[in-house]
Design a protein around this ligand. Structure first.
Ligand SMILES: [Zn+2]
Length: 68
């Protein structure tokens, strides 16, 4: 398994992603993103090389579904 990218900003909006694995440098850290369903639309907007590696912020991760 690859290590998470050390990115602590959401790749979609540039806001803080609150990503625990990114801060810790490994995926063992418990992250809010395991508790939510990340919107497929949000994932589709990510550059392919960042999917599963860069963490969205909570708002972008669920916002597309919550908006309507
Ligand atoms: Zn965001």
């Amino acid at each position: 398994m690859q290590n998470p990218l050390p990115l602590q900003r959401c790749p979609l909006c540039g806001g803080a992603n609150q990503c625990a694995p990114a801060a810790a440098g490994h995926f063992d850290a418990e992250c809010w993103c395991r508790q939510v369903t990340v919107s497929p639309e949000a994932l589709q907007r990510l550059p392919p090389d960042q999917v599963d590696r860069a963490c969205l912020c909570p708002r972008c991760a669920v916002g597309f579904e919550a908006r309507d």
